[in-house]
Design a protein. Sequence first.
Length: 133
Amino acid sequence: MQRSSTLIRLVLAGWLAVLFAAGCASTNDATAPVGMKYSGGRLTAVEEVGFMPAWRACLAALNDSEITVLDSSRTVTGGKIDGRTPDLKAVRVSFRRLSETKTEMQIKVDSFGDSELTHIIYDKFKIALDPSN
């Protein structure tokens, strides 16, 4: 009996070590390079802008894209916006605050992605950030 409890403790300790190491292996988010990529049906962009200006620009971009916002939530570390297109495609935009002046956003349209609509939303987001472009 004592042997099995020792084995269980070792397994648990191993799992905790793996989880801790995985958390420590991540890169410093504040040093993430600015840029955008589209992969696996999801657009991921790191912008040199604070969280609240990015949030407001995204809401403007969704409105300009005729996407109805159904739900949104924000915290100090990020947020998400869920919406629907007129033809009922699901749209989710997720935000993560990387620093005071850097924000990551991810745009996903429908289950398998929609590259064209995702890029339209992103382009309108960039215009909302800097209307002089």
